[in-house]
Design a protein around this ligand. Sequence first.
Ligand code: NAD
Length: 292
Amino acid sequence: MEDQTIAFIGLGNMGGAMSSNLVKAGYKVTGYDPAQGARAQAEANGVALADSAVEAVAGADIILTMLPDASFVRDVWAEILPHAKKGALIADSSTIDVMSAREIHQMAAQAGLQSVDAPVSGGVAGAQAAKLTFMLGGSEEALARIEPVLAVMGQKSVRCGEAGSGQAAKICNNMILGVNIVAVSEAFALAEKLGLSAQAMFDVASGSTGQCWALTSYCPVPGIVPTAPSNNDYKPGAAATMLLKDLRLAQEAAGSVSANTPLGTHVTEIYEKFVEAGFGGEDFSAIIKSLR
Ligand code: NAD
């Protein structure tokens, strides 16, 4: 229903591209971000700029937030919820911890609004190409309401369950990714030392039991998968700091429910060292450099 009006709060790398796709689909989008660069780009993309988050949500049917972390999300939701239109729906696509996600759902319920946690995978390239995957948590009614809007920004939405389930799915998925990219990197580093060519290693593993996305779409050795960041001097892609953020969230969640995640713990430590060594701005597949 393109006659719905949308408020988009947080117009950074992800939010900028996502809001632009909403405009292209014919939605009237009002946005807010304090950063001048983000504002200018969003305006060029056809987003109407507001001077504050409160001003942006005035009259909006759907409110979307895409912010750096949980503390930003909590603060912004606390600020805007009292000013949202009666019957509006609010969704957050930032990656945040499960407890904070549940907390903001409660804040929305207290303000009389339906809410959804809708974190994404697909990165900036996915956001630009409208090929994100959304992982959704919330009531069936709220999810049904938000899905047509999300369909404009992504290729798939998965209903994960009640409040916070989208964030739970997101961090569990990224824990798999972290473990897999390190496993693939270790295997290539070992193969190299054993005199096996990277191409032979790839040809075997990609059609065999070692097959996984980290290998076939994101091969950390250059010259094999053309679109992988390894072929672009490990420019992100997704920065190592970003994966570390998600790995830490997974560890926090595991601690809160006493889940046993030894590999998740180890991979988090590996990325902590990598980021401390100054490689945080490189794509996370650059981890192979530290394993060679
Ligand atoms: P970003 O830093 O580019 O964008 C965040 C934006 O929020 C910035 O432009 C910042 O100015 C703005 N902001 C800060 N305070 C604000 C406020 N009070 N009101 C409005 N805007 C405010 O980050 P990003 O890469 O767009 O990521 C956003 C979220 O998406 C993060 O939670 C991240 O973990 C998640 N995510 C990112 C990627 C990725 O590849 N970049 C992939 C999946 C998920």
